[in-house]
Design a protein around this ligand. Structure first.
Ligand code: ZN
Length: 372
């Protein structure tokens, strides 16, 4: 079939379905005429009608309790629910902490709390749909054991949720998908209002996760960081989890079917990490930064960080950087660096617990006092 014929066939099928649903005679006429002018009319009507139904559906899922619950149930059914007690407890805790963190900057969360669950999926991923419906894959908990790093991922998703990225950004994408689905139904079969609604519902469900739009991704990253700084989680975890992605080489090879936090749908992990390091620098009031596991305080080398049993030196360095940034942010740098129970403190802020390969705690504290 050549392209023009295929185009016409698609439009005609869509037009038929619509005309059966809405009983608009002009569409039926256009379909039977089967010429380009007719197709033009059909497209016009199809777009308006589908749009109206789709917008209604999006509003239902996004803003009504009934719709939110329906979306939540569909996600649970589609992706499965993990019964792992540890993962579920962790996500409960993260959601409770981050909900407070979000509320500190965006109180609207109180009127639309998140409906979340641990999905039975193995890839490292998380998703936020319309209506603040969110899931974090079991695989995320399996492969990332640090709670602060998972919180960083969830904070990013909540950034999508708070800014309504799915409902806002996905409309064109959804419209295309609905049109294609409608066209795919058998010509001549009765596609009633109920059937069309179910097509629209199905498409809305399948395409409702946030992904793709770079502007939205950057916004979600920045919001996630801000939310983290209003919790007790280490704000360095945002950069650390990106470093983990870089080292795991998660990227283009992952399936695009589930497009969520998936780094392949996001600006590349190195760039995101560097953007977070810049945020930490600003958060510290321009005092601290880190690169390749070396931490700098006031432009002077502070320490070269050793790896831990489960983190590379670079990944671990971002946690130490996060601690330092918090200390400076809270004005703890006006106090002395000390060693308490083997931990280097700046004021009341723990900075680093030296491990094998690190310098002695007192050596680190002395240097911090010299350059802070
Ligand atoms: Zn995202």
């Amino acid at each position: 079939m050549n392209l023009k014929k295929k185009f016409l066939a698609t439009v005609t099928a869509a037009a038929l379905s619509i005309s059966l649903t809405f009983g608009a005679p002009v569409v039926a006429e256009a379909a039977s005429a089967g010429d380009l002018i007719g197709a033009g009319i059909a497209i016009g009507i199809q777009a308006t009608q589908l749009n109206a139904q789709l917008n209604q559906k999006i509003k239902y899922y996004d803003t009504t309790e009934e719709g939110r619950q329906e979306l939540y149930d569909s996600f649970r059914q589609k992706y499965g629910v993990s019964d792992n007690a540890e993962y579920n407890a962790k996500l409960d805790r993260i959601m409770a902490n981050l909900t407070e963190g979000v509320a500190a900057v965006d109180p609207t969360i109180k009127s639309k709390p998140y409906l979340y669950f641990v999905s039975n999926q193995n890839a490292i991923n998380a998703a936020c749909s319309m209506g603040h419906v969110m899931m974090v894959n079991a695989g995320t908990f399996k492969k990332i054991t640090n709670e602060d790093e998972i919180a960083a991922i969830v904070g990013h998703e909540m950034g999508h949720g708070q800014k309504n990225h799915v409902a806002k950004g996905n409309k064109k994408h959804l419209q295309k998908a609905v049109t294609a689905s409608v066209a795919g139904t058998a010509i001549g079969a009765t596609v009633g209002g109920g059937a069309l609604t179910s097509i629209i519902t199905q498409v809305a469900l399948n395409h409702s996760v946030a992904h793709g739009d770079r502007k939205h991704e950057t916004e979600a990253d920045l919001l996630g960081f801000e939310y983290m700084t209003h919790t007790n989680y280490n704000p360095g975890a945002c950069a650390a989890v990106m470093q983990k992605f870089v080292e795991m080489e998660i990227g283009s090879k992952q399936s695009g079917a589930m497009a969520f936090f998936n780094p392949s749908d996001h600006p590349d992990s190195e760039k995101r990490r560097d953007a977070y390091v810049k945020k930490l620098y600003e958060y510290s009031k321009n005092h601290v930064t880190a690169k390749n596991a070396v931490i700098t305080v006031n432009k002077k080398t502070f320490i070269k960080v050793a790896p831990s049993s489960d983190m590379s030196a670079a990944e671990r360095s971002y946690f130490i950087l996060g601690n330092l940034a918090s200390a400076y942010h809270r004005g703890q740098d006006k106090y002395e660096a000390t060693v308490q129970n083997g931990i280097v403190m700046l004021g009341n802020q723990p900075i680093i617990e030296p491990l094998e390969g690190d310098e002695e705690a007192q050596t680190i504290a002395d240097r911090l006092n010299a350059i802070k």
